[in-house]
Design a binder for this molecule. Structure first.
Ligand SMILES: [Zn+2]
Length: 478
């Protein structure tokens, strides 16, 4: 498709050579032509940035994030951004990068913050069908670790800012791009951006291309566009069963692995009470007619009556919706025993929870302890979970997003949503910067392989995303 388009363009160029003057005078199409050229040029730039960034294995432990940050900083320098507006902030083996696109301040408004993350979840080349660290274009898809999460987002934002700069666009407020370096793991870079470097990133609101976005049905038709305006709290607990152990030839009635298994089973079977908020109810109400069938009907009934047991059970059986119905906790890791021929002295399971806003992390732990009902099990919370409120559905932001999306997909429903995953947005929200997460990627659910094998995105989503972000930034900053 791209080939044909370019071929068409070459023919057009030849034609323009012969009849250029005629076109300039009579058709006024030179400006459209120049705009097409600019669109193609910066789309190519975005693709080049995706290619280079995918080639850098920015997973935890490889120490490659600073190299990627340096590359992006250099690209901005080459695009004419002032050195004093480019802040590369090394933090341990990773880094953050903040770039300020200076406006004239005429709106009197605080800046717009754009944020994405440079790190990726690691990918093991031997498990992939293609090299995860080489961008490969095949059958209408780009393959590579990070193409979806989140290097596409970085490249599209960067190329869009470069294009606006090249066109002489002066925003009426500053636009800040803040790239973090450990979103997938510790989020230390994000934490220090909102504390130590708050002056560099302070903004009225944040737009984050790391979630949400366009949904295609299995026939490739766009059905909706979601904007994550809240997220659940990420909280991890460890539960441990201990035992005095002994020789495996002399088993006892009690056993650390068996005790832990019994506790795990209870946790796994437990369903937290159904919870709702304005965002989840409106999400199900708006999504119901788009989904249709039994599931759409369940959504409609749930939105009308969250106590509808049948609707709850249908929605809870679908992994993509279960998180919108309440808190979820699931066992994710296990370690136990120390020798093949010894009774285990300890057995530990990791339980990862996504806590519904308002329930509280402490209350969740108390609930788990109650369910397990075994005082001999030890509990420990990992990390420091951060809770955040939902961001308001801002009219200016949602109107700009609508127009940006509708430029490619007229009338597509724009749906505010609560994310079940955790992202950098959490930290921005927690310090009072309302945050909206939506990617310019239009993709089928069945094509989503973020964090997994063979991560890919459709190639034709790139021009759509470029057009969308340009429109959104121009509307919100002029
Ligand atoms: Zn991500």
């Amino acid at each position: 498709m791209r080939f044909n388009k370019n071929k068409g363009k070459n023919v057009m160029k030849k034609y323009m050579g012969i009849f250029g003057l005629f076109f300039m005078i009579c058709c006024g199409c030179t400006s459209t032509h120049a705009a097409d050229d600019a669109a193609q040029k910066y789309q190519d730039k975005a693709l080049e940035m995706i290619r280079v960034s995918v080639s850098m294995r920015t997973a935890k432990g490889f120490g490659n994030v600073p190299e990627l940050a340096t590359y992006i900083a250099d690209e901005f320098k080459s695009a004419g951004f002032d050195q004093k507006d480019i802040h590369l902030l090394p933090m341990g083996d990773t880094a953050a990068l903040v770039i300020r696109y200076r406006g004239d301040g005429s709106s009197g408004k605080k800046p717009i913050l754009l944020s994405a993350h440079m790190d990726v979840v690691d990918a093991l080349p031997k498990d992939w069908e293609r090299d995860p660290f080489t961008l490969i274009e095949e059958n209408g898809y780009y393959y590579g670790r990070g193409v979806n999460d989140n290097k596409f987002g970085i490249a599209v934002l960067a190329a869009t800012m470069m294009r606006l700069k090249s066109e002489g666009f002066v925003p009426n407020r500053d636009i800040i791009l803040a790239l973090t370096g450990d979103e997938e793991t510790r989020m230390i870079t994000t934490r220090s951006l909102v504390t130590e470097y708050r002056h560099l990133i302070d903004a009225e609101f944040a737009l984050i291309p790391d979630g949400g976005g366009g949904h295609l049905d299995e026939n490739g038709k766009a059905v909706s566009f979601s904007v994550d305006s809240a997220e659940k709290t990420y909280a991890t607990f460890e539960m441990t069963a201990r035992n005095s152990g002994g020789h495996s030839s002399r088993p006892k009635r009690d056993n650390a692995i068996a005790d832990l298994s019994a506790a795990l089973n209870k946790v796994f079977r437990y369903e937290f009470p159904v919870r709702t908020n304005e965002l989840t109810l409106s999400y199900f109400e708006q999504t119901a007619p788009l989904v249709g069938g039994t599931v759409g009907d369940a959504m409609k009934r749930f939105a009308e009556n969250p106590q509808d047991k049948d609707a709850v059970s249908i929605l809870r059986s679908i992994p993509v919706y279960v998180g919108s119905l309440g808190t979820t906790c699931v066992p994710t890791m296990l370690r136990a025993g120390h020798a093949e021929n010894a009774l285990p002295q300890s057995a530990t399971a990791t339980i990862n929870c996504r806590v519904f806003p308002g329930l509280g992390v402490d209350e969740t732990l108390a609930r788990l302890k109650k369910i397990v009902a075994n005082d001999a099990i030890e509990w420990k919370g990992l990390g420091s979970p951060l809770e955040s409120d939902a961001s308001p559905v801002r009219k200016d932001v949602f109107e700009a997003i609508s127009r940006g999306v509708h430029a490619s997909y007229p009338d597509l429903p724009i749906i505010p949503h609560m994310a079940s995953g955790a992202s950098d947005a959490l930290h921005f929200r927690a310090v009072g910067i309302p945050s909206y997460t939506f990617s310019g990627i239009f993709i089928k659910d069945s094509d989503k392989f973020s964090h997994g094998l063979n991560e890919r995105i459709p190639t034709d989503t790139l021009p759509v995303a470029m057009k969308m972000w340009r429109s959104i930034l121009m509307e919100l900053a002029s």
